[in-house]
Design a protein around this ligand. Structure first.
Ligand code: SF4
Length: 212
């Protein structure tokens, strides 16, 4: 099997340098992924949800995995949680006078196939599929990453701390600042309504950091 494409074009090498042509590298990663069967999540999926947004986006959002709507459409964050994420991005940007909208950021997940019953992805599934996420992030090299929810944060940041402990703090992935915050699907739950303000503060900090 050929090795996965990297931003440098040389398999196995990682670089902090900006990618010359992130669109080309993303297409190569997607091509390498193909109709992936590298973990058990392929068994129940309809569509692989690779990610969407500008390849040169300055901000990337990372969730944990696709849900039913995403699995049906092959696009990330298109269900109820996606609607809330869109509102959060668009409304915060508008309120803060930052001229961007959801279409200006890149959105993806740690695992690209829907976990059955919307369960959390298992560590081995995230490890297997995370190689694609990591190459995506290396290709885009955004100014910052906003990681959504404890499962994705634990994977990306290699931490055991819960999201309530680490949200709102700038952490780092391979030299790129990472802002962890709550997953929109958590914010939709009736008992989590008081967390919306914290999520808004986190998003506001991320948008100002990236776009000021
Ligand atoms: Fe492949 Fe990722 Fe889907 Fe697993 S979740 S089958 S590694 S694309």
């Amino acid at each position: 099997m050929p090795e996965m494409p990297t931003p440098t074009g040389a398999a196995g090498q990682r670089s902090n340098a900006p990618t010359a042509d992130p669109l080309k590298v993303l297409q190569e990663i997607q091509g390498y992924m193909g109709e992936c069967t590298r973990c058990g999540l392929h068994e129940g999926r309809n569509k692989i949800v690779f990610g969407c947004g500008p390849p040169d986006a300055k901000l990337v959002f990372v969730g944990e995995g696709p849900g039913a709507d995403e699995d049906a459409q092959g696009l990330p964050f298109v269900g109820q949680a996606g609607k809330l994420l869109t509102e959060m991005i668009n409304n915060t940007a508008q309120r803060e006078g930052i001229p961007i909208a959801r279409e200006d950021v890149y959105i993806c997940n740690v695992v690209k196939c829907r976990p059955p019953g919307n369960r959390n992805p298992e560590p081995d599934e995230m490890k297997t599929c995370g190689q694609f996420l990591e190459r995506q992030l290396e290709a885009i090299r955004p100014k910052a990453i906003c990681v959504l929810g404890g499962t994705a944060a634990k994977y990306l940041l290699k931490t055991t701390q819960g999201i309530t402990k680490i949200r709102g703090q700038w952490l780092e992935w391979h030299g790129i600042p990472v802002m962890p915050t709550y997953h929109p699907s958590f914010l939709l739950r009736p008992y989590a309504q008081d967390k919306k303000r914290e999520a808004w503060l986190d998003l506001r900090a991320a948008l100002h950091f990236v776009y000021d």
